[in-house]
Design a protein around this ligand. Structure first.
Ligand code: DQA
Length: 141
C-alpha cells in the first residue's frame, strides 16, 4: 500500500526542546518524541527537519510541498514575523497544519499574530507535543 508521507518541520530554538524553558515547552526532546511518533504510526513515512534560519524553512517547504501528503509546521517565533513563510505555504500544494506546543493566545500579545494561520489548513496550539500526533491523525485516511 502507498505509505502516507508526512513532513514535520520545526523552526528556531525547537532543537532545544527538553532543555529550553521546560515549564513552557516540557522536558522531552523532539528526537525522543519523534521516535514515539514512529511507534504510534508505523504505517506513516515521516521526515523531520529543523532549522533556525528563516530562508532554510522556506526551502524545505518548497522541497516537500508538492509530493508529500501533509506538512506539520511549527515555525517557532517566525510565526509572528515571517511573511516569507506565509507566502511559501500559499505557494505549495501540500496542506500544512500549524502546530504550537504552548498556547500562544495565553502568552505575550505579539504571539497572537500569525503570518501562517490564514495560509494553513488549520492550527493546533497549547496541547504540548501531543499537538503533532493530533495533526498526524488529521492526515490519516
Ligand atoms: C512556539 C510558540 C512561539 O511563540 C515561540 O516563539 C516558539 C515556540 C510553540 O511551539 O509554542 O518558539 O511556536
Amino acid at each position: 500500500m502507498y505509505p502516507l508521507r508526512i513532513a514535520i518541520i520545526n523552526g528556531p530554538n525547537l532543537n532545544l526542546l527538553g532543555k529550553r524553558e521546560p515549564g513552557i515547552y516540557g522536558a522531552q526532546s523532539f528526537e525522543e518524541y519523534f521516535s514515539d511518533l514512529h511507534k504510534q504510526f508505523p504505517a506513516v513515512e515521516f521526515t523531520y527537519y529543523q532549522n533556525n534560519v528563516e530562508g532554510e524553512l522556506v526551502n524545505e517547504l518548497h522541497r516537500v510541498g508538492f509530493d508529500y501528503d501533509g506538512i506539520i509546521l511549527n515555525p517557532g517565533a517566525y510565526t509572528h514575523t515571517s511573511v516569507a513563510i506565509g507566502d511559501a505555504i500559499a505557494s505549495i500544494k501540500t496542506p500544512v497544519i500549524e502546530v504550537h506546543i504552548s498556547n500562544v493566545h495565553a502568552r505575550e500579545d505579539f504571539r497572537r499574530i500569525s503570518h501562517v494561520s490564514a495560509k494553513a489548513r488549520g492550527t493546533i496550539c497549547g496541547l504540548g507535543l501531543r499537538g503533532y500526533e493530533l495533526a498526524v491523525r488529521y492526515f490519516m485516511p
